[in-house]
Design a protein around this ligand. Sequence first.
Ligand code: GLA
Length: 328
Amino acid sequence: MTETIHYSAPGRVNLIGDHTDYTGGLVMPMTLDARTTVTGQANASRVWNLVSHDEPDSLSIDLPIKDPSSMQPRWGRYVAGVLFELKQLGINVPGFTGEISTTIPIGSGLSSSAALEIAIARTALSIAKVVLPDVDIALLCQRAEHIASGVPCGIMDQFCIAAGQPNTATLIDCHTLDIQHIAMPSEIEVVSRFISHRTLAGSEYSDRVTDCRHIEEKIGPLRLANLGDAKKLSDQRLFRRARHVISENHRVRNFASALADKDFRTAGELMLASHESLANDYETSNSAMDQAVKTMMSEPGFLGARITGGGFGGCIVGIRHSSSSTIK
Ligand code: GLA
């Protein structure tokens, strides 16, 4: 009898360090309790048949895949992108029949697509009997995301989901791909709050990536730049984008130190400063997200709050005194 296998991968929320990963900066996300699960069995064919409990239309993929970006239904592009990238690495995956379910709210900025990619990659690697390090799984899933969504995302979501540990923040240097696991102090509760649906495909996300490329053509790598370098930019929009990235990298470092020192007031202030920078300099917030941060901060016990992830909607994240991580 063929063995039934289950692989699951969590969503993520980013505590601090947004729009820094695609210039090799610092980020500090953590995994959520909500997960995407793939269950099924390998088969002797060269076909992947999947049904989703959360998306319409079943998926049937003939291997090898020629064009994952045109797969229908659309959610199948994430699956096809992963199988395509595995093939590019010379990994031959057998057929599979299974189902997918998720408790991560889709389209809410909590990385449901990256969780799907990682769960599919782990399933496919298991039936192909191949072991890859987490960082390689993350990189192949990042390429799959580029193919599937057309969004030139960084490595944060896939790497946090592949390598993160429960109740632990993951400090990632997106240039060296070094990670540090930082246990969340028990005095602090992380609260993620859904505000509005969004998709990064077709958003201004890729415009921000392009702005950063233009900045780096003029002043060199943003991860090494300081405010003096940014001031050399005559274009005021590019100056503000650079100021966000440079200051956000500092905030991530200071946030990690503040948590280590149990200086939660400073950690909260850094989150608020991050939100201001994303709203004013990077322009990835909107009035509903700004208002949601203000509302959260008016509630008892909150020390800091900010928009989290790609922006243009999605979720906010805050910290308050307490002991566990929740989605509310
Ligand atoms: C999205 C992308 C990430 C990252 C964030 C912003 O979540 O997938 O790579 O760029 O936006 O920090």
